[in-house]
Structures are given as structure tokens and as C-alpha cells.
Write a protein that binds this ligand. Structure first.
Ligand code: MV4
Length: 516
């Protein structure tokens, strides 16, 4: 066990080294804690929502993230200069760079995340597999050493038994990964994986695992304080992915009952302890059809899908991150947490699902977010805002909660019906199609299902002129006509000009919906 870090400084001001919805999310947690929230912003984000909601905002460079949100030294220097006690890295950007956490430590600024050693240990696939095996956490059968050459790969594959999977030792996220069904395909896969790993990570080392066929992706949220307490907050089902990009997440998983949850939770806590983990983290598992689970990797950051866990546990994970970083112990409310009800999150992207998911940057002319019981919207944009081309195109997330899965699905359908985004194309139609899909409704999910269904054309756009929208269109037109009649006859009761314009626009937008 490593020595505990020295008592951290009290957190009165946080610098947020991120943008979009997660910067907004952290600002909200800071505000509730009575902490000042400062943000950095690139030239493309001068008028972005986090800047508008922050207590302080500082320009950090031009649009490309390399010249702005990835400027580790400049961000730490800024934190020192403005007297920030801590830096929250959000997700992406600098969040999983051990070197950045080290820079913060050296500058006396608290990094709101795990120690650099834990980030580094989980950053290497082979190193983390070794540590997990030592800690008794189940891993996918296979090697823990990089393969010396093709002959070594042949021998290892025979021993594991086909089908197998080649993975980059330095990597994660699917880069340098090859599935191999039979010995005849090994040589070319080996060369391909090596060169891809070299190109992606500057390290061509690869190793072999048994291929798990049609598994689910189930991940466990953990929290660990600086006093030796580590807890599990249950799982998230994240199998609905497109090319390693999650699209829908839910909690609990339809495939996980109390016993499996307890077993996976124990394994996740053991995984975190094995690397001296502190703060919020996620342990990813593959879950096979027989209910066996295997450690895949650990994400040492807050995640996009954290709200589904928040909705079923009542814990505020970003608040917990800040409290932990400030040295507070996890209170009794974090012990023996069991999920209540069911939460589903969908990610809204500025991309067109029916044109190969091409990015669709531009200006959001109309944004109407759903509300009402059990509905949460975490967005990084507002009506009138521009969506830059320079970053991940996620606009925000819609999260619903209800007492059970069928009711959560119904609520999601209702909320999707209220949501309007105009000016840019989004993947919204995909969710209507997914909600209508019998496998999705039944909770019968696996990691390749979405790609399979998209390739098979099973998620076709819903018919245009959606009948549920007709009453809205009719009401808008009727209102507009009444207002115009009243204005033409010069008698009272006419809408004010600004309101009339708004209705006219709403009416046009609704009328145009037919050709989507
Ligand atoms: C696997 C696998 C099947 N068998 N390993 C993809 C990303 C990387 N973190 C690990 N991944 C996988 N590893 C074995 N031995 C299938 C995947 C995988 C996957 C995993 C989680 C979520 C989505 C995925 C999509 C395709 C493949």
C-alpha cells in the first residue's frame, strides 16, 4: 500500500480544463458547493455556454485543441496565477494523462481525479491485466506479455484457442485491435495490428486474448476517498455503441441481478484498490451470455454516462469528485447503495445518421428541450449557439428516470417527442428508430448489435410527417392565422410583432418537418 497523499488544500476555486456539457456540469456542482468555477475557452468557444455560466473565464488559445484545451503547462500556470485550488479535467482532453496530473501535483494544485500512478497503471493494457490477475479480478483469458514475433503469436493463439483477438499493449479504445477466426488469418492481422498500434501509440507491442463472442459491455462506477474507503455504485449497461462510440446507456443493466451486481461490484473495488485508486472511476467489463464477466480496462475519469448512475443512486458524482479531492471521507450515504428505478441516457450528436453519421456543424436556430417528471437535460449549447467543427460533436444528453424499464422507455419516447433541434442535423431520428426496435425494447443487447442493425438497414428513418406532430403544426398555423386576421382588421387582440415572428417561425419549422 502506498503512503497517503498529504492533506490537500481546501477547495474554494476550481479551474475547469474542458468545454461543452461536462464543463457546464462541473460548474453546476461548484455552484452548489459554494465554490468559484473558472473555465478556459478556445477562440471557437468565446460565446459558449460554460463561459456564460462561469464565475471567471480565460482564453487559452485558437480553436484546435492542441493549441488550447490540450495545453497542459499553460493551464496549470493559469491555475496558479488565478489562485485556483484545483483543476477539473472533465473527460477527454487532459483527463487521462498521468503527466498532467503530475504537473498539477508539482505546482501544488489539486488534480480532481486519481493519482498519476493509478492513471499510468490503467493506461497500459498488459500492465493493468497483470495487476488485475494479482488482485484476483477476472480478466479475459490470454497473455500479459507483448508478443516477441509472429511465431510467438502463432504459439499463443494455439494455446488460447481460436477465435482470438490481438490488442495493442499500450492502447485501448479499439485501436490496433484485430479479431482472428482461424490460423490462416493470423499473419496479416498481426502485421496490421502492429503497424496500427505503432501509428496510434508510438508502440507496436501487441498481445493476444480469447475472443468473447457477442458480449455485453457492462461497467461499474466506483468512488474511492483518500482515507481507504472504496465503494461500488452499481453498473451501467453500455452495449449500444457505434464504432466504439456509446450512443445509449442505462442503469441498471437488464442482464444484471443482485448477485451478479454484488460480484461485479466486489471485483471493481478490488481493481481500484489494486492500483491505489482515489476519486471516481469506471471499471469496464465484458459480460458473456453465460453471465461470466471479464475486466477490460479502467477509465480513470468522470464519464459522459455518469448521470444514469446518479439518477438510480441519488449520488452527485461530480460533487463527490470535488469533495474527495478536497480530502473529505465518503459518508455513510455511499455504503451499500442499491439502484432504485431505471435510468436511460441518449447522446445527441451534431451528425446525420442517414448520411453515414457525417458531422453537421452550424448554428442552432431552435432548441426546445424536454422537461417534466423524470427528465434531465445536460447540454453544452443554447438556442442561437454555434457548434464548432473543431471538437467532438456531442451537443448534450437527455436522461430519463422512471420506476422500471418499460416506463423509462415510455418516458424517453415522450421526451424525444418534445425535443426540437433546428439548424443542424442530429442523430435524434436514430433514437426514435431504436425505441421502436424489439431487441432494444426487450433489453437483448450486445456490443455489435447497433453496427449490425445499421448495416442491415433495420434502423430506417421513421416515416416523414410523423402524425403525432400534426396537432402541433395545426395549432401553430391556427394561431398565426388568427394573429394575422386580427392585425389586418386593425382590431385589438393581435399578437405583438416579436411573438408573431416567433409563431411564424415555429409554424414554418413544423411545416418543413415533412421532408426530413
Ligand atoms: C474485446 C472484445 C471481445 N473479446 N476483447 C473494444 C474496445 C476495447 N476497449 C476492448 N474492446 C473489445 N475487446 C475480447 N477478448 C470486444 C471488444 C469490443 C467492444 C468492447 C466494449 C464495447 C464495445 C465494443 C465493440 C467492439 C468490440
Amino acid at each position: 500500500m502506498s503512503a497517503r497523499a498529504p492533506e490537500p488544500r481546501p477547495i474554494r476555486k476550481v479551474l475547469i480544463a474542458n468545454r461543452g456539457e461536462i464543463a457546464v456540469r462541473v460548474l453546476r456542482a461548484c455552484a452548489e458547493l459554494g465554490i468559484r468555477g473558472a473555465v478556459v475557452y478556445s477562440e471557437a468557444d468565446r460565446a459558449a455556454l460554460p463561459v456564460l455560466l462561469s464565475d471567471e473565464a480565460y482564453p487559452i488559445g485558437p480553436a484546435p485543441s492542441r493549441e488550447s484545451y490540450l495545453r497542459a503547462e499553460a493551464i496549470v500556470e493559469l491555475a496558479v496565477e488565478i489562485g485556483a485550488d484545483a483543476i477539473h479535467p472533465g473527460y477527454g482532453f487532459l483527463s487521462e494523462r498521468a503527466g498532467f496530473a503530475r504537473l498539477c501535483r508539482d505546482a501544488g494544485v489539486t488534480f480532481i481525479g486519481p493519482p498519476p500512478e493509478a492513471i499510468a497503471a490503467m493506461g497500459s493494457k498488459t500492465e493493468s491485466r497483470r495487476r488485475m490477475i494479482e488482485a484476483g479480478v477476472p480478466v479475459v483469458p490470454g497473455g500479459v506479455e507483448p508478443l516477441a514475433d509472429l511465431d510467438a503469436a502463432r504459439a499463443a493463439a494455439e494455446e488460447i484457442g481460436y477465435p482470438v483477438m490481438l490488442k495493442a499493449a499500450a492502447g485501448g479504445g479499439g485501436k490496433g485491435m484485430r479479431r482472428i477466426e482461424r490460423a490462416a488469418d493470423l499473419a496479416s492481422a498481426y502485421r496490421g495490428a502492429r503497424s496500427e498500434a505503432e501509428a496510434s501509440f508510438g508502440d507496436g507491442a501487441v498481445y493476444l486474448e480469447k475472443l468473447i463472442v457477442e458480449p455485453r459491455h457492462v461497467e461499474i462506477q466506483v468512488l474511492a476517498d483518500r482515507h481507504g474507503t472504496t465503494v461500488s455504485l452499481g453498473e451501467r449497461e453500455c452495449s449500444l455503441q457505434r464504432r466504439h462510440q456509446k450512443v445509449v446507456e442505462e442503469a441498471p443493466s437488464p442482464a444484471v441481478g443482485p448477485e451478479l451486481r454484488a460480484a461485479m461490484g466486489q471485483a471493481a473495488v478490488a481493481a481500484a484498490r489494486a492500483v491505489g485508486y482515489v476519486n471516481a472511476g469506471t471499471v469496464e467489463f465484458l459480460l458473456d451470455r453465460e453471465g461470466r464477466f471479464y475486466f477490460l480496462e479502467m477509465n480513470t475519469r468522470i464519464q459522459v454516462e455518469h448521470p444514469v448512475t446518479e439518477m438510480v443512486t441519488g449520488c452527485n458524482l461530480v460533487e463527490a469528485q470535488i469533495r474527495i479531492a478536497g480530502g473529505e471521507p465518503l459518508g455513510p450515504e455511499f455504503e451499500g447503495v442499491t439502484p432504485r428505478g431505471h435510468a436511460i441516457e441518449i447522446r445527441l450528436y451534431a451528425e446525420d445518421p442517414y448520411r453515414g453519421f457525417a458531422p453537421s456543424p452550424g448554428t442552432i436556430h431552435l432548441l426546445r428541450l424536454p422537461a417534466g417528471p423524470g427528465v434531465r437535460c445536460d447540454f453544452g449549447v443554447y438556442e442561437g449557439a454555434a457548434v464548432p467543427v473543431d471538437y467532438d460533436p456531442m451537443l448534450g444528453k437527455l436522461i430519463v428516470w422512471a420506476v422500471d424499464r418499460p416506463r423509462a422507455l415510455a418516458r424517453l419516447g415522450r421526451a424525444l417527442g418534445e425535443l426540437r433541434i433546428e439548424g443542424i442535423r442530429t442523430n435524434l431520428p436514430l433514437f426514435r428508430a431504436l425505441l421502436a426496435d424489439p431487441d432494444v425494447r426487450a433489453g437483448e443487447l450486445d456490443i455489435e448489435m447497433l453496427d449490425r442493425k445499421l448495416a442491415a438497414g433495420e434502423l430506417a428513418p421513421p416515416p416523414s410527417g410523423d402524425p403525432e406532430e400534426l396537432p402541433l403544426v395545426a395549432a401553430a398555423i391556427a394561431h398565426l392565422e388568427r394573429a394575422e386576421r386580427a392585425a389586418a382588421t386593425g382590431r385589438g387582440g393581435g399578437a405583438a410583432p416579436a411573438q408573431r415572428r416567433a409563431w411564424r417561425r415555429a409554424g414554418r419549422v413544423e411545416a418543413l418537418r415533412g421532408n426530413r
